[in-house]
Design a protein around this ligand. Structure first.
Ligand SMILES: O=C(O)c1cccc(C(=O)CC[C@H]2O[C@@H](n3cnc4c(=O)[nH]cnc43)[C@H](O)[C@@H]2O)c1
Length: 251
């Protein structure tokens, strides 16, 4: 199986790559300026175990912050890689809807939702499909979501399977958090790239999933309460069982 993982920033890409024990390293062809590609190199021990046609190849791309940058990065990688991908993963840190997704926990998306792609009206928010344009939700194949969630949970980190919202503006007030919760009562996390990655993957006919590690609570802005290091550690832990489990299946 060939997998493209799209993070926003290099620190996230490094955490993902650090967790990819035993995956063959491949670099995408050069991408537009501002994009970086992290190669994950095989260690001697796992190289021996995984060399051969069945070894999974995982490319990790830091495509930038926000849905537009993520879509451009993912679409460019999908269009220019010298081989087709079987799976695209949007991965990184996120705000968690506490208490469902506490700091340091992991969220595997069962829906990737553009939560602010629509219109504000006197009667409330109207999603883009209600306006007659496109869609605001991508549903990853449920069986794939379940396999990813099982693997991620085996990392020992608390894992929730739930919708992950994509926003262009980070939530910073209790009122906005309440509004999002009212519209998406099951939401587990909020981040800024998943929907862009999912749109790019859909355009190329490739399934997409989203995996997030919670660095902060969705709600009133409190930078002192962020736990980015803990979230990056959880992200690395999440990709370790994925690389030896899901990525190897159906190779
Ligand atoms: O300045 C702030 O108050 C603030 C609060 C949380 C996150 C940010 C960022 O600029 C990080 C954006 C980056 O990280 C992901 N992320 C992490 N936490 C959240 C969140 O609560 N809501 C949305 N995105 C978040 C996101 O995917 C970006 O890649 C600033």
């Amino acid at each position: 199986m060939r997998v493209l993982v799209v993070t926003a920033v290099a620190a996230e890409a490094r955490s993902v790559a650090a967790g990819l024990v035993g995956c063959a390293a491949r670099a995408s062809r050069p991408l537009p300026s501002g994009h970086t590609v992290t190669r994950h190199l095989l260690t001697g021990h796992t190289l021996a175990r995984l060399t051969g046609p069945a070894a999974p190849a995982v490319d990790v791309l830091a495509g930038g912050v926000g849905p537009a940058a993520a879509a451009v990065g993912a679409a460019t990688a999908l269009a220019t890689a010298p081989y087709p991908y079987d799976l695209v993963i949007s991965a990184g840190i996120a705000g968690g809807f506490v208490p469902r997704a506490p700091l340091g926990s992991l969220v595997v998306a069962d829906a990737i939702v553009a939560a602010d792609l629509g219109a504000d009206t006197p009667d409330g928010y109207v999603a883009v499909e209600e306006l007659g344009f496109g869609r605001s939700v991508h549903v990853p194949p449920p069986e794939l979501t379940a396999r990813c969630a099982d693997a991620v949970a085996s990392s020992g980190h608390r894992t929730l399977t739930a919708p992950v919202l994509t926003v262009s503006t980070v939530t910073g007030t209790a009122a906005r958090a309440a509004e999002l919760t009212a519209r998406h009562p099951r939401a587990g996390a909020e981040a800024m790239e998943g929907y862009g990655v999912a749109e790019a993957a859909a355009a190329h006919g490739v399934p997409a999933v989203e995996i997030r590690a919670v660095s902060n609570a969705v709600g009133p802005r409190d930078r002192a309460a962020w736990r980015i290091g803990d979230a990056l550690d959880a992200l690395r832990a999440a990709f370790q069982p994925l690389s030896s489990g899901v990525f190897l299946e159906d190779s």
